[in-house]
Ligand binder design. Structure first.
Ligand code: GMT
Length: 385
């Protein structure tokens, strides 16, 4: 198959999933064309069957906002025609599914039908989606997609709750590549971070408000009173400054390290004893899955798709949003009981294996085949003409 992938090329979960999916499909012999405004963060080396088409908005002083939507739609039309793309897979309802719809209509006017599969990742539905002003565009783009997938059952439910959806939504979970995310021995590194055998707690995110990194620090503060430990904060984002202030105000700067954006997250997870994700909203929680694949138990909230990934009392613990006391108590319980901790480590790996890319990738392939199959394809083409 020749597949065009549109995504945000940043470090965020949706960009990671889209890029890893494309790389996996290319390894299986499909031809994959990434169409984005920047080279995706995880698309670093040359790979057979992978193509990259950069979308550049016109640099025109006439406009306050460069017309990205028009630039992307034009690029899609061009790439689909020139590369003979069979199917477009766009990640995020807005703006990508909406733009893909425009490209599809233009191509249709030229006598060519290209089906569009949209994957919903969360923020487009739960946060942006709740902004009423965007709702008509989100609902329209979902309903007009030839196929729609969501990364968890929870996200599928929320999408139906928020919007008037008359299209099918197939749940295809996010996945993990065990070639990369697995526990490896990094003892020398662990010694450098925790010279006295302290426990290592890790949090990774883009430090947006919704991630509640302040709660991570509060949980750590309570844990640190009882268990010698260090906290590694990986990532960067709008809350960073406030978080640094918080660390200073509670005098824990020596114990908490801000590591910024890291490419080799798996090396940090290899030395972690616990991963903390106290998010306010999380459609799936890919970062938690990455931790679990490295045998790191997870302390998280019970929001969104997190209970589908982190199993309470088995791979970690779930708490209500904002319940810092409970999350800290769970962390202490786990880190004080070595037998329990080891058991949770094993369970975390076992649960992560359910999301092995080797199981999930064929689900996408089968879904593409289904969309391309005559029945679905012709019906959609008819309704669009
Ligand atoms: O969580 C973020 O801020 C990034 C966001 C994104 O769009 O990249 O992540 C969303 O998609 C990920 C991949 O499907 C999910 O693992 C995250 O749970 C989801 N984030 C939210 O729902 C807040």
């Amino acid at each position: 198959m020749k597949i065009g992938i549109v995504c945000y090329p940043t470090y965020g979960g949706s960009g990671v999933v889209a890029t890893e999916l494309g790389l996996g499909l290319a390894q299986k012999g499909h031809q994959v064309h990434f169409i984005t405004y920047r080279q995706p963060a995880r698309l670093t080396t040359f790979q057979e069957n992978i193509y990259y088409h950069e979308v550049s908005s016109a640099d025109n002083t006439l406009y306050e906002y460069p017309p990205y939507d028009t630039a992307l739609a034009s690029k899609l039309v061009d790439v689909v025609n020139f590369e003979n793309i069979d199917l477009l897979h766009v990640h995020y309802a807005i703006p990508h599914a909406a733009i893909a719809y425009m490209a599809k209509k233009i191509l249709l006017a030229q006598g060519r039908y290209v089906p569009v599969v949209t994957t919903l990742h969360g923020t487009d539905i739960t946060l942006v989606g709740t902004n009423k002003a965007f709702a008509p565009v989100v609902a329209f783009s979902i309903n007009k997609s030839d196929g729609v997938t969501a990364v968890s059952k929870s996200l599928e439910r929320q999408t139906r709750d928020f919007f008037q959806i008359d299209n099918d939504i197939k749940v295809i979970y996010n996945f993990i590549d065990f070639q990369r995310f697995r526990r490896v021995n990094k003892d020398h590194f662990k010694k450098a971070i925790a010279p006295n055998g302290e426990r290592i707690i890790v949090h990774t995110s883009n430090f947006r408000k919704v991630k509640r990194v302040g709660d991570v620090i509060r949980i750590f503060q309570k844990l640190h009173e009882q268990v010698p430990s260090k906290l590694l904060l990986v990532g960067d984002g709008p809350e960073r400054r406030n978080l640094e202030e918080l660390c200073r105000s509670i005098h824990l700067c020596e114990e908490i390290r801000f590591l910024g954006k890291q490419d080799a997250v798996e090396e940090l997870l290899a030395i972690a004893d616990l991963f903390v994700m106290p998010s306010e909203s999380e459609s799936f929680g890919l970062a938690a899955l990455e931790a679990m694949a490295c045998e790191v138990p997870v302390i998280s909230t019970d929001v969104g798709g997190l209970p589908e990934v982190n199993i309470h009392g088995k791979t970690g613990f779930l708490s209500r949003l904002g319940d810092v006391e409970d999350m800290a108590a769970n962390a202490i319980k786990l880190l004080r009981d070595e037998k329990l901790h080891q058991e949770f480590r094993r369970n975390a790996l076992q649960q992560a294996q359910r999301f092995d890319i080797a199981h999930i990738l064929p689900q996408y392939e089968a879904y593409y085949e289904h969309i391309l199959s005559h029945k679905v394809y012709e019906r959609a083409a008819k309704s669009e003409s």
